[in-house]
Design a protein around this ligand. Sequence first.
Ligand SMILES: Nc1nc2c(ncn2[C@@H]2O[C@H](COP(=O)(O)OP(=O)(O)OP(=O)(O)O)[C@@H](O)[C@H]2O)c(=O)[nH]1
Ligand SMILES: [Mg+2]
Length: 299
Amino acid sequence: MQYMLPRLRGWGQSLSRQMGGGGSGSSGGGMATRGPGETKIETDRRRIREKMAKMRREIAEMKTGRDIKRQERKRNKVPSVAIAGYTNAGKSSLLNRLTGAGVLVENALFATLDPTVRRAETPSGRLYTLADTVGFVRHLPHHLVEAFRSTMEEVGDSDLILHVVDGSHPAPEEQLAAVREVIRDVGAVDVPEIVVVNKADAADPLVLQRLLRIEKHSIAVSARTGEGIDELLELIDANLPRPAVEVEALVPYTHGALTARIHSDGEVLSEEHTAEGTLVRARVHEELAAELRKFVPAS
Ligand SMILES: Nc1nc2c(ncn2[C@@H]2O[C@H](COP(=O)(O)OP(=O)(O)OP(=O)(O)O)[C@@H](O)[C@H]2O)c(=O)[nH]1
Ligand SMILES: [Mg+2]
C-alpha cells in the first residue's frame, strides 16, 4: 500500500482520462466528494485506498463461499463461463443482459468486487453458470495483483472465458493485452476465450472492424442496446465443452424429469416421440449416462 501510493499520480490521471475526462465529479459514487483542501490527486489516492481496503476485506470473506460453489458445480458438471476484462468494459452490464440479473452497473472503477455467479441457459437449452469478475487495471502494483489472483481462480477454473473489451475506449488493444497478461499469470491460458467487443453502439466502426479482424474468436455486441447478444448466446452454446458420452435412450413418458435433465445437462442430438416414450440420442456426462443405461432401446 505504502509503495503504491506514489505511483497513483499517473494512474489516477489515466483513469480519469479513461472515464471521459472532466475530473471525477461527473461519475462515481459518494466517495468522490473532495474534502476541504484536498487536491484532485489526493482525492484520487484516498478514494483508491478506500476501495482497495474494502476490496481486500471482501476478497478474504468470499473465498470459502466460492470454493464450495465451485465444488458443487464440478460435481454437477455444469459448464462454467467467466466474464473477464478490463475495469469498466461492461462485464456486469453483459451479465445482466445475458441472464436478466440485476447486478450493479456503475461508471466507476471496481464497481464489482464480488465475482457473482448466475445460472444461464443456452438457446439449445443447456445449463451453464456465468460468473462476473473483478475488473483489471494496467500497472497494477504487485501486492494488488495478489489480491486479484484469488478472484481470478474463478476465471482459471472456468470452461470458457468471455473476454470483454470496451470498443469505444481509445486503446482497446492495450486493455486486451493487459488482461491477457493476468490470464496468463493465473495459468488460465488453456481456457478457450471469446473476445466480446462491447459498447458497439458507442464505438468507432473502424475500430470495431479492426478488432474483429485481429481477434479470430471475437464478436461485437452492445450490452446497452442488445445488439449482437443473440449471436453471442449462440457462440457460447457452440463453445461450451461437449459432454463426454454419446447415448441413445428410450425414456418412458413417466420419467419426464429424466428427459428434462438430458436437455439441461446434456446436448440433445435427436429426439423422437414414440409410442413407448421419448427416443433420444444425446451427449451427456458419465453420471447421467449411467442412469440412462437401463433405458437403452433394444435393437
Ligand atoms: N454505451 C455503452 N455503455 C455501456 C455498455 N455496456 C456498459 N456500458 C457502461 O459502461 C460502464 C461500466 O459498465 P459495467 O458493466 O459496470 O462495467 P464492468 O466491466 O462491470 O466494470 P467493473 O466492475 O468496474 O470492472 C457503465 O456506465 C455502463 O452503463 C454498452 O454496451 N454501451
Ligand atoms: Mg462490474
